[in-house]
Design a protein around this ligand. Structure first.
Ligand SMILES: Cc1ncc(COP(=O)(O)O)c(C=O)c1O
Length: 353
């Protein structure tokens, strides 16, 4: 470890708390260095952002338009505002990040009305959406205008392209649009083994929030418009929502490094494989119950609270539902097999105590 006094952490220490705990992928840092130097026009009129349009179109088709933003909450709030009118509402899973983990930003910043429905495995279906998709002409009701789904979901599950197509058909038949929170979209594509467009553009998604940070970027996400006619005033909404980066070239250069080659897929495939390894090992430990299908980079498990507390002191992670003894273990692009095996050994020890 370097003795540089400005380094305040151990760069070899990793845990299972969050894919956001990871640093940036070296290829991303190299791309930032390459994009540095000289002057480039600010606020997105730079050469990197111009080139990024082609990078995203290669994945999502010729109509796609990309709007880089700072973070995932911002991407969601911008996207949902662009899809709805002031009297509109967004149907979403009760477990969705927009409902549970954005500090009310959709409501406070976006003036959006959310209509959450319980979704046991994190996935919406036409039947679940139907619970709130009604009363379109009832002035007493916020008008359901958007369905927002998350891929991969907050519970680590993944929609198939057919499942998303069913959601989109149901929404479109009722005059609604579809937003996809793709904070972990790369993990979903890696899990399904299909191109990104197979469960987005080709499945009827209108706008998505594309995640970069959890997959090795330093910071930065993007709103990707797949149906240009479905949104209004994107540039204005991004600006007044405080998501317009002045030095946008540094968000765009990271996305190019992620998406022009296979870094996005390599990193996500690896993170998913580590989660599978973790889940397979955890299932073999008596008393540990793995809770949902492990289809992305997240593992949810139930174990006795005291064992969880002791384990947390050795390897960092969060309780998901502390009262129920439910924990969440996240893998990242830099999680190693040794990390997983050491964690499993500690899990076995603590469960046997
Ligand atoms: C599913 C999902 N959507 C959106 C976000 C928002 O990301 P940010 O923390 O960058 O606002 C997260 C972050 O944890 C997330 O898990």
């Amino acid at each position: 470890m370097t003795t540089d006094a400005r380094r305040h952490h151990d760069p070899a220490a990793r845990g299972f708390a969050s894919d956001n705990y990871a640093g940036a992928h070296p290829e991303i840092l190299a791309a930032l260095a390459l994009a540095n130097g000289g002057h480039q026009t600010s606020y997105g009129a730079d050469d990197y952002t111009a080139h990024l349009q082609d990078v995203f179109r290669a994945h999502f088709g010729p109509r796609a338009e990309v709007y880089p933003v700072f973070n995932g909450t911002g991407a969601n709030v911008v996207a949902l505002q662009a899809l709805s009118e002031r009297w509109g509402a967004v149907v979403t899973a009760a477990s969705a990040h927009i409902h549970t983990d954005e500090g009310g930003a959709p409501e406070r910043v976006g003036s959006l009305k959310l209509l959450p429905v319980p979704a046991p495995d994190g996935k919406l279906t036409p039947e679940l959406i139907a619970r709130e998709a009604w009363g379109f002409d009832d002035e007493h009701r916020a008008k359901p205008q958007v369905v927002s789904i998350t891929q991969s979901t907050e519970l680590g599950t993944v929609y198939t392209p057919e499942e998303i197509r069913a959601v989109a058909d149901f929404a479109h038949e009722r005059g609604m649009t579809v937003h996809l929170d793709g904070s972990r979209i790369a993990n979903a594509a890696a899990s399904l083994g299909v191109p990104l467009r197979a469960f987005t553009t080709d499945a009827g998604v209108d706008v998505l929030s594309f995640g970069g940070t959890k997959n090795g970027m330093l910071f930065g996400e993007a709103v990707v418009v797949l149906t240009p006619g479905a949104v209004r005033a994107m540039p204005h909404i991004r600006k007044y929502s405080m998501q317009l980066a002045s030095k946008m070239r540094f968000v765009s250069a990271q996305f190019e490094a992620l998406l022009a080659g296979d870094l996005w897929l390599r990193s996500a495939t690896h993170a998913n494989a580590m989660a599978r390894r973790l889940a397979e090992g955890a299932r073999r430990v008596p008393g540990v119950e793995v809770l949902y299908p492990v289809q992305g980079n997240a593992v949810f498990a139930r174990l006795p609270h005291d064992a969880g507390e002791r384990l947390r002191k050795r390897h960092r992670f969060y309780f998901w539902d502390e009262a129920a003894g439910e924990v969440r273990w996240m893998c990242a692009f830099d999680t190693t097999e040794e990390d997983v095996d050491a964690f499993l050994a500690a899990l076995s020890e603590e469960m046997a105590r």
